[in-house]
Design a binder for this molecule. Structure first.
Ligand SMILES: *Cc1c(COP(=O)(O)O)cnc(C)c1O
Length: 424
């Protein structure tokens, strides 16, 4: 038996991706990252795609070899974890298949390390918990994803963590909401119903001056179109269930940040809370990532075409999408986004549940459902406070959220056109 059967091939260690990232220059392009980074076919009999390590446990040839793996590392941490341990030993801590997905995601976001979680909320709750303690204060935009809002506003109450929700379109909103105990500014840019953005560079500077951390939910744009770490943000989170996976066949999340922050997060919120990604889902995530850049291009071109066509349509009052020239945040879009994804919302002229339902029900190629980011088009009627839709007055307004998938653009337009006719 070899001395260390579970030794990590160097090419797939996250530490390797991290040193490449630190210099920033010797990383390959995004398509090549998706195709090759983190993989070493020679370690797996030349297999063109990496094997699925669907095992909970790794064993050692001798007790000595196992004891060595648990020796305190140079930074004094006694607990072995991915990138710290000499060898794989338990899949809650690290798994070779998951490591490949993490190496790619760290490189795509330009971060030192990534950690995959069992869902987007697993990643988001871990990132938030890594930044707060009892008595702290958090600031987030009003438009933040519902369950994130509940976690901040309801769940964290039991630890006396308070939260202020702000409009967030003006960075000054965050500066004004700062308190001495503010330790985290949580952003989601663009948001996922009205696609509102926050100025990440300005807000990161405000947070740094105050000693607070910043986290951005980057699910809408994916790393192909936006890299929050480049703007001074501390941690990026994703629902990898959406674009990163891209096929509506798995649930996953990821946190990316610099190596030091991530080392602690992996040991604590990662290994102790234990919401690790199952290796099979990691394997599907790797498969999804292969086509991420080309999928995003097609989501973008389909969505831009359809958003502009809907803008012209008499049944449509407004289109919420950073990819249109009339978007009120166009200046910020030019600074932060390198492209726009397939998620947009429309306000029908006829602001009623009946119109929204009639439109959604009439669509043939758009499944009625809550998720997005997969290959397929989806539709979801929902209401938002009028203020969130930039309208005056009290109460709520009906919107219809559309995820523009990878289908033939002309088919989607024909479908939308016949359904819009039924919304009047
Ligand atoms: C879906 C979603 C999440 C949560 O991700 P899960 O994988 O469902 O846990 C977080 N943020 C945004 C913007 C989302 O759309």
């Amino acid at each position: 038996m070899p001395e260390q059967p579970a030794s990590k091939p160097t090419i797939i260690s996250s530490t390797n991706a991290q040193s490449k990232n630190a210099s920033g220059t010797d990383l390959p392009g995004v398509e090549t990252i998706c195709a090759h980074l983190g993989e070493d076919p020679s370690a797996y009999f030349g297999a063109a795609t990496p094997p699925l390590f669907q095992n909970s446990l790794f064993t050692f040839p001798t007790c000595e070899a196992r004891a060595r793996n648990y020796a305190p590392s140079s930074d004094g941490s006694a607990l072995a974890a991915g990138g710290v341990s000499e060898a794989y030993d338990y899949s809650r801590v690290a798994n070779p298949t998951t490591d490949i997905a993490e190496a790619k995601l760290a490189a795509l976001e330009g971060g030192g390390r990534a950690r995959c979680f069992g869902s987007g909320m697993g990643a988001i709750s871990a990132a938030i918990l890594s930044c707060v303690k009892t008595g702290d204060h958090v600031i987030a935009p009003q438009t933040v994803y519902g369950p994130t809002r509940q976690f901040l506003n309801d769940y964290l109450k039991r630890f006396q963590v308070s939260v202020s929700f702000v409009d967030g379109a003006d960075p000054q909103d965050f500066a004004d909401a700062l308190r001495p105990n503010t330790t985290l500014i949580f952003l989601e840019s663009p948001s996922s119903v009205v696609m509102k953005q926050q100025d990440m560079a300005a807000i990161a500077a405000i947070a740094k001056a105050h000693g607070a951390s910043t986290v951005v939910d980057n699910s809408w744009a994916s790393p192909i179109f936006q890299r929050p770490l480049d703007f001074g943000i501390d941690l990026v989170v994703h629902s990898a269930t959406k674009y990163l996976g891209g096929h509506s066949d798995m649930v996953a999340g990821v946190v990316v940040g610099n190596a030091e922050r991530m080392r602690r997060l992996i040991l604590e919120e990662g290994c102790l809370l234990g919401a690790m990604l199952d290796p099979f889902a990691a394997w599907l995530l790797i498969r999804g990532l292969r086509t991420l850049p080309i999928r995003m291009e097609r989501h973008q071109s389909n969505a831009r075409h359809l958003a502009n066509a809907m803008l012209e349509h008499p049944a449509v009052a407004r289109v919420f999408y950073p990819g249109i020239a009339t978007d009120p945040q166009a200046t910020l879009t030019a600074r932060q986004l390198r492209g726009t994804s397939g998620l947009l919302s429309i306000a029908l002229k006829n602001d009623s549940k009946e119109a929204a339902y009639a439109f959604a029900d009439a669509l043939k190629y758009f499944g009625i459902g809550c998720s997005w980011g997969g290959f397929e088009s989806l539709v979801l009627p929902m209401t938002v406070p009028k203020s969130a839709a930039d309208e005056s007055g009290e109460g709520r307004r009906w919107l219809v959220r559309l995820h523009i998938g990878l289908e033939t653009c002309e088919d989607l337009w024909n479908d939308l056109e016949q359904a819009l006719a039924k919304s009047a």
